[in-house]
Design a binder for this molecule. Structure first.
Ligand code: ZN
Length: 204
């Protein structure tokens, strides 16, 4: 039993943030994954999936947000990172943290560049569709998902963990939308213990 259960435990710690109950419904999950393409760690260097334009192209193409044959520039990468960090700022605000307006302004700047239009498909239901291809088209698709999710009330449940050394995006399924931590096992318990120590010190 020993080695297997230990391995299982280790996996649970490593992949704490991919708990199914903390995953947003499709297609909002794509936005959650995009924000989590940067994984910040407390005790080791952060994992950045979007290290260069090629990595960005691969990431977006794997998720069918763009065609792998389309060119990707350094400016595209800068736009994508502005969108990602602007979205993270909004997700932190969903969790009650102060809104970083500079980040949202940069996000808005890219949102103005990329074009989205309303399309009535075969089922005559209105749908937001990206106008351009490449990275602009992919970012437009992600932003269209955000706009639709906001209408449906799911966007507000996508939050970022408020610990500076985490900021992982998670979906809050709690009844009254009171979820605060990416996971209780990692950030929740650490923060609780810290708050307890501070209260005790204050009481000394
Ligand atoms: Zn966390």
């Amino acid at each position: 039993m020993g080695p297997i259960s230990n391995a299982g435990k280790l996996m649970a710690v490593i992949s704490h943030a991919s708990e199914p109950e903390k995953s947003a419904p499709e297609p909002l999950l794509l936005v959650q994954d995009f924000v989590n393409s940067l994984h910040v760690h407390e005790s080791r260097p952060s994992e950045e999936a979007l290290v260069d334009p090629e990595a960005l192209r691969d990431w977006l193409a794997e998720r069918r947000l763009m065609d792998a044959s389309e060119p990707v520039s350094g400016a595209d990468l800068a736009h994508a990172l502005d969108v990602r960090e602007g979205l993270r700022a909004l997700l932190l605000a969903h969790n009650g943290e102060p809104l970083d307006r500079d980040r949202v302004q940069k996000l808005d700047g890219v949102a103005r560049r990329v074009q989205v239009h309303v399309c009535f498909g075969a089922d005559a239901e209105p749908e937001l569709v990206a106008e351009s291809g490449g990275v602009d088209g992919a970012l437009a698709r992600l932003l269209a998902i955000v706009a639709t999710a906001a209408e449906q009330g799911t966007w507000q449940r996508l939050k970022a963990c408020p610990r500076d050394c985490c900021m992982w995006a998670f979906y809050d399924r709690s009844k009254n939308r009171s979820g605060r931590w990416c996971s209780m096992e990692s950030c929740g318990n650490v923060e609780k213990a810290r708050a307890f120590r501070e209260r005790r010190r204050a009481g000394d």
